[in-house]
Design a binder for this molecule. Structure first.
Ligand code: FES
Length: 131
């Protein structure tokens, strides 16, 4: 459902140097989050595949909807994140849930969209149409 909403309108997510690093505090030290914020929207975040390609991903976990800006953590495999709320693991490139908490019956895919570089250095989510 959320995916169809995104497909209706192009979103330019700006230049990669303007994406905001999020620092996570574990009670002892800060460490970088595996996702970045986009200054112009709270609807999607940026995450990187195993081969370092940026992808736009849903800002909310598809399990119970917590904000991934706060709950996403790196997982043991490059190109994946774990939602620390209930330990669901997602592949950034496909959005596929790779591991789910035993108490979770089924978890939908995480929204994940390719980004296309634009001539001005910004990126647009693939599949969006210009207005
Ligand atoms: S809300 Fe993310 S794993 Fe439950």
């Amino acid at each position: 459902m959320r995916r169809e909403r995104y497909m209706a309108k192009p979103i330019n997510v700006g230049r990669s140097e303007d994406w905001l690093q999020i620092d996570l505090f574990d009670g002892k030290k800060f460490s970088p989050s595996p996702v970045r914020r986009i200054p112009t929207t709270d609807e999607v975040l940026i995450a990187y595949t195993a081969d370092h390609c940026p992808r736009a991903i849903s800002a909310r976990c598809p399990h119970l909807g917590v904000p991934l800006a706060e709950y996403a953590r790196p997982w043991e495999r490059p190109g994946t994140i774990i939602c620390s709320a209930h330990q669901c693991v997602f592949d950034i490139r496909t959005g596929e849930p790779l591991a789910v908490n035993q108490g979770s019956e089924s978890v939908p895919c995480l929204g994940s969209w390719a980004l296309l570089p634009q001539g001005d250095g910004s990126w647009v989510i693939e599949g969006f149409e210009e207005e």
